[in-house]
Design a protein around this ligand. Structure first.
Ligand code: SDX
Length: 392
């Protein structure tokens, strides 16, 4: 049942639960949110509309959408004491370290909405988390470059607000470029939720004990940070930049195939997809749109395209069913927009907060919900008697 974890030694996954939010067919490369294909949502929807869909199960009417976005906009500001919290970090602190700390600290600020037995309190906590993540992420970036924080401007869209808080400065008007806002919003949609990935399972397991929801999301941020998970977008762009030129690709492909070399092609492979990650398809298309809008042409995109081409025609990758995943192209876009690589996983966490919160709500509101308790296959010694020091 939801919130309970069962172990099936036949599967490589170690936990499973009932969930109606997201469906993935790894063999076919299918990803549905509440039944809607990710490609259609990325093309036609907005991140806030997808957030509503994941939280409520249906696409919103116009009124429902406007009420939802208005409610979210009422929670975008951060308690002023939390602004001081940032001062405790070194300027070169990784934004994920800051987000983990600040989101965890939110649990000390909102006692009224942590009575998780009350659906209204759960709703307020959910809206607060979704609303504040852009502010927290933008402030982490501003803090790292020594620029003043900008307050949210709720006359802008959720994503436009985030771009302005990140790249705007008090001295000038910030103009949100529609094509960039659209690309950023689409990237948030592509990262919103993804079934029971490692960080979502972390949030569910932490939440299953009845822990404070803000603390549970902080736990999800910590797990997402790893290079095998959300940290792969930062690692993938670093890898593409290190390759630098198409003629150096064969050397990296050879390293990735070498069992004695720990190097992996970052942004390639997946625990579930044994086909092309449908999000990577949309991401590759979005690269071209952003390059055209910003009139940039980063040679690293050509390296990515040729690396993909070579790997997908290499027996090793074909036999092991390794395809580009969501992280392979995202860094190329984010870098073109102006984000440093250290912010890439923070953006992933911003977007995935919608999925974490929706999954937490689904679990915690299930009356049959019980604390998660994964089991193990014991591989230690059989029972034996204590041996005193002089007999060892
Ligand atoms: C995300 O779970 C999710 O849904 C996650 C995510 C989400 O939205 O939440 O989709 C986001 O985390 C995407 C994945 C980002 N990580 C990376 O891109 C890092 C690089 N990828 C690898 O580290 C790896 O592919 C994993 C961690 C993603 C999956 O590792 P597995 O479970 O070992 O993959 P596998 O079982 O399919 O591997 C089969 C074989 C193995 O070799 P053998 O043991 O069979 O000899 O392929 C090898 C792997 O070692 N392999 C790779 C490889 N990925 C797997 N070899 C070279 N390069 C790679 N990238």
């Amino acid at each position: 049942k939801s919130g309970m974890f069962t172990y099936d030694p036949g599967f490589t996954s170690t936990a499973s639960c009932d969930s109606g939010l997201t469906y993935i067919d790894g063999e076919e490369g299918v990803l549905l949110h509440r039944g809607y294909p990710i490609g259609q949502l990325a093309e036609n929807s907005s991140f806030m509309e997808v957030a509503y869909l994941l939280l409520n199960g249906e696409l919103p009417s116009q009124d429902e959408y406007e009420n939802f976005t208005y409610t979210i906009s009422r929670h975008t500001m951060l308690h002023d004491q939390l602004r001081g919290f940032y001062q405790g970090f070194r300027r070169d602190a990784h934004p994920m370290a800051i987000m983990c700390g600040v989101v965890g600290a939110l649990s000390a600020f909102y006692h009224d909405s942590t009575d998780i037995a009350d659906p209204e309190h759960r709703k307020i906590s959910s809206h607060r988390l979704i609303a504040k993540m852009p502010t927290i992420a933008a402030m982490a970036y501003k803090y790292s470059i020594g620029q003043p924080f900008l307050y949210p401007d709720n006359s802008l869209s959720y994503t436009g607000n985030f771009l302005r808080m990140t790249f705007g400065v008090p001295a000038e008007e910030y103009e949100v470029i529609p094509a960039v806002e659209k690309a950023m919003d689409r990237i948030f949609i592509l990262h919103a939720d993804h079934e029971q990935n490692a960080s979502t399972s972390t949030v569910r397991l932490a939440g299953s004990s009845g822990a404070n929801p803000f603390a549970c999301i902080a736990a999800g941020i910590a797990c997402l940070w790893g290079p095998a998970h959300g940290g792969a977008n930062e690692a993938a762009l670093n890898m593409l930049q290190e390759i630098g030129r198409p003629e150096r690709i064969p050397e990296y492909i050879a390293r990735a195939k070498n069992k004695d070399d720990p190097f992996r092609l970052m942004g390639f492979g997946h625990r579930v997809y044994k086909n092309y990650d449908p999000r990577a398809t949309v991401m590759q298309k979005t690269v071209r749109e952003v390059f055209d809008a910003l009139k940039v042409n980063d040679p690293v995109f050509e390296v990515a395209l040729q690396l993909e081409e070579m790997a997908l025609n290499d027996d090793y990758f074909v036999e092991k069913k390794l395809f580009p995943n969501v992280d392979f192209y995202s860094g190329v876009i984010l870098s073109a927009i102006g984000f440093p690589t250290t912010m890439f996983t923070a953006l992933f966490a911003l977007a995935r907060t919608v999925g974490w919160v929706a999954q937490w709500n689904e679990m915690i509101s299930d009356p049959a919900q019980r604390i998660g308790r994964p089991r193990q296959l014991y591989t230690g010694p059989t029972q034996r008697d204590y041996v005193p020091f002089d007999k060892r």
